[in-house]
Design a protein around this ligand. Structure first.
Ligand SMILES: Nc1ncnc2c1ncn2[C@@H]1O[C@H](COP(=O)(O)OP(=O)(O)OP(=O)(O)O)[C@@H](O)[C@H]1O
Ligand SMILES: [Mg+2]
Length: 237
């Protein structure tokens, strides 16, 4: 599946170029962060990679050619919770994989333990806090052992301690061998978590470089203005 090679990817609903010729290559390891101002096309890029949106043009080469039927998972900023228990919501991720009900339960409980929510297994998932729901959504995706996990601002509305817990889980998922592509507006989080940074603005990749280098010596004018706070973005500290 890796490297994933994205060439001249375009998405232009109503003639407005949301993705305006994205070129990007993603190797098989680590955490790549996508940064950029509001409306840059970050979420849209994840949606296209996930297969939720069909691009208007360009090409994604998934290593072996076609997009793999399984192995790509996405977690949204506000994940959907079924009106069911925490355990049932996590186990849901395994349903398409034809795992027996007892194995689903066993594996779901084990992963709930790893994210510190085993004691809430029988509670209603919708009663969980935002941070807990985000952890549950990560666990639900993790359980399927994805090759690529797409995360859209997973800590955007969380307090610092909930964010730290989500960051810990994301690092564990990465250590488990999952490639992570994550959108964040949080510069602190970017320096803590990102191996490399893809900087998007107006539907184009302006820069793709190692995190340290991105902050020390941004190459593009857009990235420089963004880091200086002169391009619009949301505070996420
Ligand atoms: N279905 C759609 N039809 C038309 N335009 C859309 C559609 N979805 C998104 N857009 C537009 O595409 C642009 C990029 O949207 P996107 O959600 O990818 O931005 P973003 O970089 O994730 O921004 P943010 O930081 O605010 O989350 C925006 O101008 C948005 O209005
Ligand atoms: Mg977005």
């Amino acid at each position: 599946m890796f490297p994933i090679r994205i060439r001249d990817l375009r998405y232009s609903p109503n003639g407005h170029a949301v993705l305006d010729g994205i070129d990007l290559e993603l190797g098989g390891e680590g955490i790549t962060l996508i940064m950029g101002p509001n409306g840059a096309g970050k979420s849209m890029l994840l949606r296209v990679l996930c297969g939720l949106v069909e691009p208007c043009g360009g090409n994604i080469d998934w290593g072996s050619g076609a997009r793999p039927a399984r192995g790509v998972m996405m977690v949204f900023q506000h994940p959907m919770m079924l009106r069911a228990s925490v355990l049932a919501n996590v186990a849901l991720g395994l349903k398409p994989l034809r795992v027996t009900a007892s194995k689903r339960r066993q594996q779901a409980l084990a992963i709930l333990d790893r994210i510190g929510l085993a004691h809430r297994a029988d509670d209603s998932a919708r009663q969980l806090s935002g941070g807990e729901q985000q952890r549950l959504a990560l666990a639900r995706a993790w359980l399927t052992r994805p090759r690529l996990l797409l995360l859209d601002e997973p800590t955007a509305s969380l307090d610092p301690s909930a964010s730290a817990e989500v960051e810990r889980i994301i690092r564990e998922i990465r250590t488990d061998g999952t490639r992570i592509l994550m959108v964040t507006h949080n510069l602190g989080q970017a320096t803590r978590m990102g191996d490399d940074i893809v900087f998007l603005s107006a539907g184009k990749v302006r820069e793709h470089t190692l995190t340290q280098r991105f902050f020390a010596r941004p190459q593009s004018v857009e990235a420089r203005l963004f880091i200086q706070g002169e391009l619009p973005w949301r505070m996420g500290f």
